[in-house]
Design a protein around this ligand. Sequence first.
Ligand code: UD1
Ligand code: CA
Length: 447
Amino acid sequence: MRITPVVLAAGQGTRMKSDLPKVLHPVLGRPLVWHAIHTLKQVTDVKPVLVVGHGAEEVQKLIGEEARFAYQEQQLGTGHAVMQTADLLKGQTEYVLVSYADMPLLSAETFQQILDTQLQNAGPLTILTNIVDDPRGFGRVIRDANGNVQAIVEELHATPEQRKTRELNTGLYCFRADWLWGALERIPLSPKGEYYLTDLVGIAVSDGLAVQTVTITDPVEVIGINTRVHLAEATARMRERVNRHWMLAGVTIIDPQTTFIEVDVTLGQDTVIWPNTYLQGDTKVGSGCELGPNAVIRDTQIGSHCKVFASVLEHALLEDHVDVGPFGHLRKGAHLAQGVHMGNFGEVKNSYLGPGTKMGHFSYLGDATLGTDVNIGAGTITCNYDGKSKHPTEIGDKAFIGSDTMLVAPIKIGEGARTGAGSVVTKDIPPNTLAVGVPARKIRKMT
Ligand code: UD1
Ligand code: CA
């Protein structure tokens, strides 16, 4: 039996007051529409059909192969949006699971629950409802004296009596496809000029068919995003969920209120996260690390037993037992091998620091390759840019770069070589040779 998810994502999201289509606004590092699709993947292998319209190109580019697309040229309502999938799906699926792309917190369990209810009952559709104290803004679920669902009435069109109803339509539905396609054609145009998907409830009832409901147990799941206030609320709830997940997996989070872990990040057991730490993008952290306080780590791979204190890491790679900070900045292509120590006010870009290398104070390494156990003295700079191009620096194993050395690239410093404090190195230094001065001259062979 085939069950096809349909996600509605064509609306403009006027209430967001944004140039960006609503469904592309990010929640913890991924856009709203990504969350919808990601959760559905846990429910079924069938690729969802995404109804796109406003900002269709951008949405399609972002989602790519993860979905099939139906185009809704004019946004004439949620019912009209589902109609646009008929060409793709008519005769191809037994059930259609419809959700709105603006509910990023819906869980796979809830999708499964609504599906199971539909499969176990004879009625043509099942809807997910929510019972609340303050029903502002949502469609109301109207029941008769026997408790049978009669209709969903949008707030705009509800009578004062109907408005008092505390049971709301959340925007998740499961339909029997053989009934759905015909029923969609029968949706009347609303006074607002839209075809409401929610009118299918009344249509089923007028066909003498029962509408099943599932009531959500955790109302957080059905936070729908219409404004940036809702976006912040949903982000806060998602953050609690992610933090909780990692704490239960063995990560210590000293202050969850000030810890921001995006959804793609992974963390190893016994890692400790101090306050005001941001783990973003494609970041992976091993076990037994200490991160923060005050760390921003983006798209970075970190091994085990590393320390990152008050530093910014972007697109970097740290092997095991590396420690960075305070006030380190690792940029794209920084690769710190096992046991590297990088201290205060250092910056590393597109460079490899071999095992055990130390760079304690105020230094910049760009486009450099360093061997094992190199010592970078305070204030060392690779002068890698001549105003036109970037040039490489190579430093051999156990070399000792004296404080305030300027390494004018391209340049090679041999194994075991040394530079005196304040040297400006413009020529290669052979292995085991001491060079000093401005520009630095070789003065003697040391071994
Ligand atoms: C909708 C429901 C309402 C429910 C609420 C829950 C209808 C008529 N109303 O109202 O009962 O309580 O959600 O959040 O369905 N969309 C399209 N094409 C369109 C219009 C909308 O793809 O022509 C998409 C939007 O991108 C969005 C979703 O459908 O993802 C819901 O649209 P929205 O305008 O947010 O509906 P609500 O007014 O919130
Ligand atoms: Ca909505």
